[in-house]
Ligand binder design. Structure first.
Ligand SMILES: NC(=O)c1ccc[n+]([C@@H]2O[C@H](COP(=O)([O-])OP(=O)(O)OC[C@H]3O[C@@H](n4cnc5c(N)ncnc54)[C@H](O)[C@@H]3O)[C@@H](O)[C@H]2O)c1
Length: 251
C-alpha cells in the first residue's frame, strides 16, 4: 500500500550520528518524525533541527531495551499522529570487550540494546502496520555480522552476534509481516560518528585503504538508503540485507 500524504516515522537512536541523519532525511521526504533516544540534550537539539526541515518532530525519551517503555512510547505516537508508517531501528551500542574480558552483564546488555531493542520496537509498531495494511521497517545491522569484525574494530563478538541476530530477525519478520509490511536491514561499513571517531582518527588512512570507494562513510550515506527503503514506489523489496560500505565488505 502506498504511503499516506502525511506519513509518520519513528527513528530510534536519533539524537546523533546515523539516527539523526535518518530523521533529517525522512523529514526532507515529508515525514513527521518521532525521535527516540535515551534522555539527552542532543535529542532536543536533533528534534529541533528535524522540526525545521519537515512537517513535525517529537521526542520519545526511553531505553529501547525496556519492553513496557517502548510499548508506551509507540502508543504515544499513535495518540498524537494517528499512525506509524515507518520504523527505523537504529539505536545501538558498541561492545569493545573480547570473550576473555567481557562479563555476563556486559554481554546481556549488548544483546538487550542491539537485538532485543529491535524486537521491542517491531512488536510495538507491527500490529498497527498490519491493521492499516502498510508499513516499512528498516533495521540497522553491520558488515561486521558477516566479517566477524576486524581485530582493531571498536566492537567485538557480542556486538557482532547481536548484529547477526538483527539479520535473522529481519528475514524472519519480512516473511511474517508480508504482504503489507516490508522489513529490510542495512549494514553500514566504517561510518564516522561518535561511536567510531576515536578509532577512525587514529587509523584514518589504513581504514580508507580498505574501502574501494576511497573514503570513510558519513551518516548521510546511510540515511539516503534508509529513506529510499522507506519511500520507494512501487515497493518490491523485503527481507534484504543491504551493505552500505563503499565496497569495504567485498574487499
Ligand atoms: N558508525 C559506524 O561505523 C557503524 C557501523 C555499523 C553499524 N552501525 C550501527 O548504526 C547504528 C547507529 O550508530 P552510530 O554510529 O550513529 O552511533 P552513535 O553512538 O553516534 O548513536 C547511537 C545512538 O543510539 C542511542 N542509544 C544507545 N543506546 C540506546 C538505548 N538503550 N535506547 C535508546 N537509544 C539508545 C545513543 O544515545 C545514540 O544517540 C548503531 O546500531 C550501530 O551499531 C554503525
Amino acid at each position: 500500500m502506498p504511503l499516506p500524504d502525511d506519513p509518520v516515522a519513528i527513528v530510534t537512536g536519533a539524537a546523533r550520528g546515523i539516527g539523526r541523519a535518518c530523521a533529517e532525511e525522512l523529514a526532507r521526504k515529508g515525514f513527521r518524525v518521532a525521535l527516540a533516544d535515551l534522555d539527552s540534550s542532543d535529542l532536543d537539539a536533533a528534534a529541533e533541527a528535524v522540526g525545521e526541515i519537515g512537517p513535525g518532530a517529537i521526542v520519545l525519551r526511553g531505553d529501547v531495551s525496556d519492553y513496557e517503555e517502548v510499548q508506551a512510547l509507540a502508543a504515544s505516537v499513535v495518540a498524537r499522529w494517528g499512525r506509524i508508517d515507518v520504523l527505523v531501528n537504529n539505536a545501538g551500542i558498541s561492545q569493545p570487550k573480547s570473550l576473555l574480558e567481557i562479563s555476563e552483564a556486559e554481554f546481556d546488555r549488548t544483546i538487550a540494546v542491539n537485538l532485543k531493542g529491535h524486537f521491542n520496537w517491531c512488536k510495538a509498531v507491527a500490529p498497527g502496520m498490519v491493521a492499516q495494511q502498510g508499513g516499512r521497517i528498516v533495521n540497522m545491522s553491520s558488515i561486521s555480522a558477516g566479517t566477524g569484525g576486524a581485530p582493531s574494530a571498536v566492537s567485538k563478538f557480542a556486538y557482532v552476534a547481536a548484529k547477526a541476530g538483527v539479520q535473522g530477525l529481519t528475514r524472519g519478520l519480512a516473511k511474517e509481516l508480508a504482504p503489507h509490511v516490508t522489513v529490510n536491514a542495512i549494514c553500514p561499513g566504517s561510518i564516522e560518528t561518535s561511536l567510531t571517531r576515536a578509532l577512525i582518527n587514529a587509523r584514518r588512512e589504513a581504514i580508507q585503504d580498505t574501502i574501494p570507494l576511497g573514503r570513510i562513510g558519513t551518516p548521510l550515506d546511510i540515511a539516503v538508503v534508509v529513506a529510499f527503503l522507506a519511500t520507494v514506489e512501487p515497493n518490491f523489496i523485503t527481507g534484504e540485507i543491504i551493505d552500505v560500505d563503499g565496497g569495504q565488505w567485498v574487499n
